[in-house]
Design a binder for this molecule. Structure first.
Ligand code: PGA
Length: 263
């Protein structure tokens, strides 16, 4: 059974690059990324650089996403930038990235509100979920994912959920160089799709895109992209190098071509 979900390669630049550096890097990336048609390549730079990059960006090649966004549209929330403000600049927003959950103590309630705010403002959220090493060793992976998915998708309709993206990012694999094995990813990604089917129906589950993230690089990316249920990758460290990121995009392009032929 094939699917016609479009592969997404997302580059999470985290807290890197000043405005000038981001602009310079984007320029290099535009030169390095050649084949991108029929896949989606989304860049997540820091919020400060979104505006200038939105002017510079070759829209045929890349889309922009925000690494975060606040759930109240406007008000006395010092330091926050709302989804209502971001909507003019981005297509996507990361919600519940493990660094937000663990360093900034974002709980499931905050994640759910951000998901709803993104959808309400017409931004596609990428809901990040994943277990810690301790949870995996204790055999709690599925329970943790179940809870994060159920909470994150609360109050959304089937139609809304069909358009979102879920990123499976085991916390122990993020920024550690220790990536999950493809069969581990396959098992979890299938489980996530099953969860979505139980909550929102089979049709929605077939539409939702599920990515893998955690030490993805130019060597291992292909092994995840070839998994039937995995629709792309969320790349951190390797997205800061134009050759590595372009090579991951190239792998995705080739896999998507193969998928299209077989549909
Ligand atoms: P990494 O980060 O590729 O550096 O592990 C992934 C992420 O945090 O999204």
């Amino acid at each position: 059974m094939r699917n016609n979900r479009k592969i997404m390669i997302a580059g999470n630049w985290k807290e890197h690059f000043t405005v000038a550096e981001a602009s310079h890097f984007l320029h290099k990336l535009e030169e390095s990324v050649i084949n991108h048609q029929s896949i989606e390549v989304v860049l997540f730079p820091n919020i400060l650089t979104l505006q200038p990059l939105s002017v510079q960006l070759d829209r045929r090649k890349f889309r922009l996403g925000s690494q975060d966004g606040f759930y109240e549209d406007a008000g006395a929330y010092t330091g926050e930038v709302s989804m209502a403000m971001l909507r003019e600049l981005v297509h996507y927003v990361l919600v519940g990235h493990s660094e937000r959950r663990h360093i900034f103590n974002e709980n499931d309630d905050v994640v759910a509100k951000k998901m709803q705010a993104a959808v309400r403002n017409g931004i596609m959220p990428v809901l990040c979920v994943g277990e810690t090493l301790q949870e995996r060793l204790a055999g709690e992976t599925k329970q943790v994912l179940h809870n994060q998915i159920t909470a994150g998708l609360m109050n959304l309709t089937s139609r809304e959920v069909g358009a979102i993206v879920v990123a499976y990012e085991p916390v122990w694999a993020i920024g550690t160089g220790e990536f999950a094995k493809p069969d581990q990813v396959e098992e979890v990604v299938k489980y996530i799709r099953k969860q979505v089917a139980e909550l929102f129906g089979e049709r929605t589950a077939k539409l939702v895109r599920i990515l893998y993230g955690g030490s993805v690089d130019e060597h291992n990316a292909i092994s995840y992209l070839l998994l039937e249920d995995c629709d792309g990758a969320l790349v951190g460290g390797a997205s800061l190098n134009q050759y590595k990121f372009a090579s991951i995009v190239e792998s995705a392009f080739r896999v998507q071509q193969r998928r299209t032929v077989r549909v």
